[in-house]
Every structure is written in C-alpha cells, then in structure tokens.
Design a protein around this ligand. Sequence first.
Ligand code: SF4
Length: 303
Amino acid sequence: MGIKMRWEDFARSMGVEPQILENREARVLKEFVMDLKFPTHCQGCQGLDLSNPNPVHHPSYELTPACNHDCIFCYSNVAVKLGKAPKPGYYGWENPYAITVSQYGEPLISPRIVEVNRMLRERFPNARLDLQTNGSLLTEELWRKLDFDLVMISLDAASREKHLKITNADTFEAVVNALRIVGGDKSVRSVVRTIFMPGINDEDIPKIAELAASLSVDEMMLQPLTIHELNVERLKRAGLDFERAESVRDFLKAAMEAKEYIDVRISGCQLAVYRTMDPLTLFSAKRVGRDVAPAVKREKTKL
Ligand code: SF4
C-alpha cells in the first residue's frame, strides 16, 4: 500500500520549506484577492453564498430588451437574437434586498423609466435600487427625475475610437458626461462597470479607472468576459485574446493596475470563489467563460 503524503510534507521531508515552492506572483495575487472588497452592487446577492448550489441574481425590473448600443460581447443582444430576452416586468420576490433596473437592454430608452422608478420606491421602500445603464442617454434633466441608490455605468474603452469599435455607437462623450453627473452626486453610489477583454481593452482599463476617478466616481466594478457563442466572430475580429480572457491571473492583474487609481472591485461571485483558492491554484486557474444563451433564472411576478 502506497503512503499518501501532502505535498507540503513531502517538501519538508526533502528539507524545503513549502512556501519557497510557491512563486512570488502567486502570493501577491492571493493577498490582493483577500484584500479586495465585494462590489457594492453584489451586496445582498445569492451569488456570494458558495453553499447555495443554485444561486440566482438580484431581482430585476426589465423595461425593454432594446438598446442604442450594440456591444460586441453583449448577452442581451444574444438573448434578443435567440428570442430569449425577458418581457418587461418584475423578476423577483417579496422583500428584495436590492432590485436592478435592468439586466437586459437599456432602461433609459424606455419612456416609463421615471414612472417605474417611483413605483418601485413605493412598492419596495426597503430595497436598494440599482440602475444599470450604458449612460449614453443620461442628462442632468433626466437625472433630477430619477431616484436610485446605486448607478452602474458601462464603459469599456478610454477613447472615442475604441468605444465606437466596442459599442458600435459614437457615444463616448455622452457616457463620460454621465459619469460626471453621477460622480458629482454624493447622495448616490456611483460605479463604472468595465469588462476585461484582453487584446481589445487591456490598455484602456487603467485609463478608464483614472478617468472615472477624476470624475469622482466611487468605484470600478471589473468583470470577466463571458463569451457567448453568437459573439465569438465579432470578438475575434476585434482582436480578443481568447486564452487570456479565461486566465484568472490576467484578470486579477488588470484589477491591480486599476487599483492604482480607483477603488476597484471584481464580480462578487467570482471573488468568493477566488478567495477559497490557494495561491498556486489562483495563479494557474482558468475560468470557463463560455455560454450559449443567457437566461433569467427568476420568475416573472405580477406587481
Ligand atoms: S456579479 Fe455575481 S455576486 Fe455580483 S450581483 Fe452579479 S451574480 Fe451577484
């Protein structure tokens, strides 16, 4: 019968202290992960609870699957193409911790945004209300009519040209202006939401962090890329490095660079898993970043 030894004990029996076998970069990654805070948006989400075998996202109120951007990575576009986008309405339960408006499409396109925002405040006075938008349609005038606790504005490029390439919309200035509006309003938590797309926007990420910080935006939520089958060709054409897109180490290094400028956070459900990994696993881990069709796992509920 063979004797099974833990690798640490094996190293000791060879006269080597185990931590010497770990590389320095792996240790730095681990420390970084243990220091990172969960994004404000993730607080209260089932995704943080690793003992939950089938976590679902926060409740959301869907206004429209339509969007004035056409991003090369977007799951909402894919859902529309596959006929899987949710119909407008509330997808959640009673007493929600937080509600996202919305997970699909661009909510500020809808003429009902102000009315729905008010209705949700009245119906769920204890819930945190999160607006998730591409920012391009936000004006001072509209902002005065809205009432959210947290605003996430998507920005994946630090220049007009790159933004156009990623979103297929010439709206860079408008999005920057939206970040300025929400960053300047200290009654709301403002977040710039950025997707890590190596080969496309790795150089932009620290610049976006710097730009957002200069506009007093509170936080950056950096998210890994999920590659939807229908987007593969577009991502390829834009220059995505598919291997690095799945590397946890590369993703964390991008977060480290952004941290020089802003309070960076990474998706909570990812962070919860990374925290359980030992340094070497973290260093070499690959994320399965592929998906065929995005789906809402919550029932539509009549309000
Ligand atoms: S990123 Fe994960 S933890 Fe955060 S809100 Fe989304 S599903 Fe929940």
